[in-house]
Design a protein around this ligand. Structure first.
Ligand code: SF4
Length: 422
């Protein structure tokens, strides 16, 4: 790893970070990247020269362990360390992503209005201008090339790149599965289907279109274009999200075909980042329709697979308020099916979402405990439950104390679902 000093800038063109995502209580950088450091900030760039993270230090920064991260969809996320007591208990992560756009608002209000964050963005723009004014002829070729790439990826160019990325997959990913937290939300999305089965009244991400599976030609074209889009940085990507809202309903053949094609074309087997993962959403009906041959096929894939199912509640009155066209028996059947799959298949974890709202009936939370406590004979480590706050969740304090009360009784891991887009 060679380092170059240029006035006050320390430039490392190709720095090697961790090869696996890990949950640890200090900031860890993953993959291969370029880095520019000065006395106030450390800037991290991917292998295409796109800004990836900004981390400040000293008096002008909020917390030495916290950082800003840019997503492939050109959003900035602020990773917060410990401003919230017991962040790990609430989210399963030591660092909580705070978002710059409207989402469920349990965490991170106001981060993007703070002078520290605004100054960090201003400093990044100044760095761009500074790099443009440098005489690169005196620099080593590696450092000069690295800087040229970074100059090319101006904020306007990054916005264009994100638009291209969204065009390839046919629009924004409106919501990522909660399990993508295991890879810090760094996934390559490949849409294998559009729409969903239920069009529930409460849902903010549903599309109006009916459910449709995409053709192999369309899917392959997405994968090939994504391979070209990620370019040199593809070695840092090892996880795939099969979109959109109910990829599980697309069936075993197309799921397996897409997962294997993505693995081959995106060369995930030789990526710098190890332990590839596959993420998808499913629904109650797609889970109940799936048979052992589908799960056996998923279990054989060269990925650890996470399927997230929206169960929402096991209470009839709440289902009717949510306008979800299902009944408690079916929810219960789906819950037991997911527990059985988790037990049987080592490489698959099916997780479930339940909603939380301040004005939902008193019978709602007990209905979830009916499944996750009273119908389980012991605690299990697989089958994570995500609690998804609705628009009216009461005060943050009320929500968090209800959550802790629930968590103590539940026999499965429980975390809050933070809705994040790409
Ligand atoms: S909760 Fe799921 S099934 Fe219901 S409308 Fe939203 S995306 Fe569709």
């Amino acid at each position: 790893m060679e380092q170059f000093q240029f006035e006050d800038l320390i430039i490392t063109p190709r720095k090697k970070g961790a090869v696996k995502y890990a949950k640890i209580s200090y900031p860890l950088r993953f993959g291969v990247f370029s880095e520019i450091r000065n006395s106030a900030y450390t800037y991290q760039f991917n292998l295409n020269g796109e800004i990836k993270t900004i981390q400040g230090r000293g008096e002008g920064w909020l917390d030495a362990a916290e950082w800003l991260k840019r997503t492939v969809g050109d959003d900035w996320v602020y990773f917060s360390a410990g401003g919230y007591t017991g962040a790990y208990d609430y989210t399963g992560e030591y660092y909580v992503p705070c978002l710059a756009y409207e989402s469920n608002t349990v965490y991170g209000n106001g981060r993007f209005e703070s002078s520290e964050v605004l100054n960090a963005f201003a400093a990044w723009e100044q760095l761009q201008k500074r790099l443009q004014s440098l005489d690169l002829t005196s620099l080593q070729p590696d450092a000069a090339n690295c800087i040229r790439q970074i100059i090319d990826k101006s904020p306007a160019a990054l916005k264009d790149r994100a638009e291209r990325f969204h065009r390839i997959i046919g629009g924004r990913v409106t919501v990522l599965p909660p399990d993508t937290r295991h890879v810090e939300y760094d996934v390559i999305p490949v849409n294998i289907s559009d729409g969903c089965l239920y069009h529930c009244g409460f849902c903010r991400v549903k599309s109006t279109a009916g459910y449709k599976v995409r053709s192999e030609t369309n899917i392959l074209s997405q994968i090939e274009q994504l391979n070209e889009f990620f370019g040199k940085d593809i070695i840092n990507c090892n996880s795939v999200f099969l979109g959109q809202h109910d990829a599980l309903f697309a069936g075993a053949d197309i799921i397996e075909w897409t997962a294997r094609k993505a693995y081959e074309v995106l060369r995930l087997g030789s990526a710098y980042m190890k332990e590839p993962r596959l993420f998808l959403f499913g629904s109650v009906d797609s889970l109940l329709n799936a048979d052992n041959s589908l799960f056996s096929a998923l279990n054989r894939l060269p990925y650890q697979t996470y399927i997230n199912i929206g169960l929402e509640t096991a209470d009839a009155q709440t289902l009717s308020i949510l306008k979800k066209p299902l009944n408690p028996d079916k929810i219960s059947e789906a819950f037991h099916q997911l527990m059985a799959v988790n037990h049987q298949y080592a490489n698959i974890e099916i997780t479930a979402n339940f909603v939380y709202g301040a004005d939902l009936p008193e019978t709602h939370l007990p209905s979830i405990l009916g499944l996750t406590r009273h119908q389980l004979n012991r605690s299990y480590s697989k089958g994570t439950i995500y609690i998804s706050p609705l628009e009216n969740s009461g005060t943050k304090q009320e929500l968090l104390s209800k959550f802790i009360e629930f968590k103590k009784l539940c026999r499965l891991p429980v975390y809050i679902y933070l809705i994040q887009r790409l």
